[in-house]
Design a protein around this ligand. Structure first.
Ligand SMILES: Cc1cc2nc3c(=O)[nH]c(=O)nc-3n(C[C@H](O)[C@H](O)[C@H](O)COP(=O)(O)OP(=O)(O)OC[C@H]3O[C@@H](n4cnc5c(N)ncnc54)[C@H](O)[C@@H]3O)c2cc1C
Length: 414
């Protein structure tokens, strides 16, 4: 049945990015409506790594205590070779790391992260959350924007944020770059009670078992009560989409030659969920008129840097900051938001692809990876991470770099 309502800013998509944006915008005094196509606001069962850059944003959003109550904090970030089982590199991730970057490295269940942001949104009077609200059309006129849902809801607003993920219909309207790029890599994910983990492998670390055409990531979740396992391998057996059941037979075949530790971990899981991993080329077109993109809709990336959700949360805070800086002038605020963000997210998108190559290296490339990474000092590793984790949160660096990129290309970036 047709229904017409209005708000100041309408957000398409209630994932981590859309809800973080709603929270940030409500905190600058904006009235927001989030339209989510699913029947409820929820996230699937798997883990998310949180860099110090995300923690900086949690402080800004006032949710750091709620996150800390449910996250886990690894003592180490490590990479091991999944053929020999040997340690390639290990970095302390506790107090020293925290001192270095100002904030900790955390790991959290996706449902817990989403749940904390959702609870904060529910508590905010200025936010209205709607489910069963798949946006199928967007109309722009001189007065503003109207989002139309499949069920006939018409939401009039001053502006619209597309936080509708990698298959974004809002992006299609702005960028029009068609289907996402299928990487040929597949992730199988599972969560295991800590009691079911082999004792010798239940260490408090984020560990990447790197190896030819396949790697495994493990880390604790929910204060250490659970463990997250993500097996990623090259495969041509897939259909596009998220969250289907995986085929354990294929998985065990792909890891048959891997070290005993990795095979032991995989054997502990009976049922896997499968993700076909996709990304897109980086773009500058993040906004058009009164519509802007955020999170995976703007910069979908492979997960090898564990930063997709972190970037979406940074986007949310930056967008709100720019609306304050530009006193609500959407055109100027969206441009500054894009400028502040797009070179950083481009770097993350491109680096994530490269990391995928490094994790899955074989032959001489594997030898080089192991020799090189094992020779790095702690200081070398910290220095290598500082561009990603050591942000100051003022967004000035991004804007300055975007201005110089626009100058170099001889035109203001459109
Ligand atoms: C295997 C794997 C591991 C990962 N690990 C990490 C990690 O450790 N750290 C990290 O930071 N990131 C990680 N990521 C990336 C992270 O999951 C994503 O970047 C993040 O979830 C993107 O959030 P989003 O809100 O932008 O999009 P999404 O989570 O895709 O949310 C989009 C929402 O929009 C809704 N929607 C879509 N279309 C419409 C419509 N037309 N109308 C209404 N609603 C709509 C969807 O239902 C969905 O709820 C990982 C990803 C994968 C696949």
């Amino acid at each position: 049945m047709a229904e017409a309502v209005n708000t100041e800013i309408v957000i398409v998509g209630g994932g981590i990015g859309g809800l973080a944006a709603a929270l940030a915008l409500s905190q600058i005094g904006r009235r927001v409506m989030v339209l989510e196509q699913a029947e409820k606001f929820a996230e699937i069962g798997a883990g998310i790594q949180l860099g110090p850059n995300a923690y900086k944003m949690f402080h800004r959003l006032g949710i750091v205590e709620a996150i800390n109550a449910i996250a886990a904090f690894p003592d180490f970030l490590m990479m091991r070779d999944n053929m020999s089982g040997e340690m390639i590199a290990q970095l302390p991730a506790g107090e020293e790391f925290r001192q270095r970057f100002g904030y900790p490295y955390g790991v959290i269940h996706r449902a817990d992260l989403h749940g904390v942001i959702f609870a904060a949104c529910r508590a905010a009077e200025a936010i209205e959350l709607r489910t069963h609200a798949k946006v199928v059309a967007i109309e722009e006129n001189a007065d503003g924007i109207v989002a139309v849902t499949e069920g006939g809801l018409h939401v009039s607003a001053e502006a619209l944020i597309g936080a509708d993920g990698i298959w974004s219909m809002v992006r299609e309207r702005i960028v029009g770059d068609g289907a996402a790029r299928i990487s040929g890599h597949i992730a199988y994910r599972a969560v295991l009670p800590a009691a079911d983990m082999p004792k010798e492998l239940a260490f408090n670390a984020m560990c990447i078992w790197a190896g030819e055409k396949a790697h495994l990531v493990q880390y604790p979740l929910r204060r250490g009560e659970l463990f997250n396992l993500v097996a990623v391998f090259h495969s041509d057996k897939f259909s596009e989409g998220w969250n289907a059941f995986g085929d354990p037979e294929e998985l065990h075949l792909r890891y048959a030659e891997k070290c005993q530790e990795v095979r032991t971990l995989l054997e502990r899981i009976e049922s896997w969920r499968m993700w076909v991993l996709c990304d897109r080329e980086p773009v500058r077109d993040w906004f058009k008129g009164r519509v802007a993109l955020l999170g995976d809709a703007a910069h979908p990336m492979l997960q090898y840097l564990a930063q997709g959700a972190n970037m979406a949360i940074e986007d949310a805070v930056c967008l709100a900051d720019m609306l304050v800086n530009e006193a609500g002038d959407y055109g100027r605020a969206f441009r500054r938001y894009r400028d502040a963000r797009y070179l950083r997210t481009t770097r993350v998108q491109l680096t994530a692809r490269l990391y995928g190559e490094i994790y899955h290296a074989s032959g001489a490339t594997r030898d080089f990876r192991n020799a090189e990474l094992s020779s790095w000092s702690k200081e070398d590793i910290y220095r290598g991470m500082s561009w990603l984790y050591g942000i100051d949160g003022s967004w000035r660096d991004g804007e300055r770099r975007a201005a110089s990129a626009a100058e170099d290309s001889g035109a203001a970036a459109g």
